[in-house]
Ligand binder design. Sequence first.
Ligand code: 13P
Length: 250
Amino acid sequence: MTPKRKLIAGNWKMNGTLEANDALVRAVVAGMKQARCDVALCVPAPYLAQVQMLRHGSTIDLGAQDVSAQEQGAYTGEVSAKMLREFGVRYAIVGHSERRQYHGETDALVADKARTALANGVTPIVCVGETLAEREAGQTVEVVKRQLAAVIHVNGHCISEIVVAYEPVWAIGTGRTATPEQAQEVHALLRKQLGAATAQAERVHILYGGSMNAANAASLLAQPDIDGGLIGGASLKAPDFLQIIAAASA
Ligand code: 13P
């Protein structure tokens, strides 16, 4: 099998302005002409239309940071997968630790969001990851397996269509990165878990997220089961994001 292209997805989180986005996306588009990896930008919902226009003519895919588990109806504040499709959205992050932590999202809800996304042609980027307390208590394997199992349980028939992101909570926004070996160990485990549910587990992109930056990207991306990155802070700076894209193109 030829190695699959890596996927570098920026997660802007709740950052951006019309003016800043314009400069950032233009710089990324101009700088990624030689990219030999897939690139996505997961932007706040109000900016989807703007970024859809700005990325025009480039290979950048558009992503959302969340999606409703419901199809439509009386769910104030929610954004449906169908609406995302109308804006050309290819990916939606589901189950980011910030949503699990601050918005009480459960494993079951995350699994339902993945299902609704898939049913509407949006690829869910399913985030899993342990907290520092869980890692220190030796519960990393148990936690990430439980989180992924819920998604497999609900989406088993099309599980090879998802993207998984391993984001250790203690590495997010802290400048503290998992070592390539620590990350690879968990990625291999997640691949094995997917392999029990599908013959296509090799096809699934398993991204690493958590303080990935221009300096550490290459060593993380060199690991056999790290198929790309989900980038927070460094995706807001064009030079840094472009260096990660270059590392993924090597
Ligand atoms: P940072 O890259 O800022 O640590 O964020 C990672 C993340 O949460 C991406 O979803």
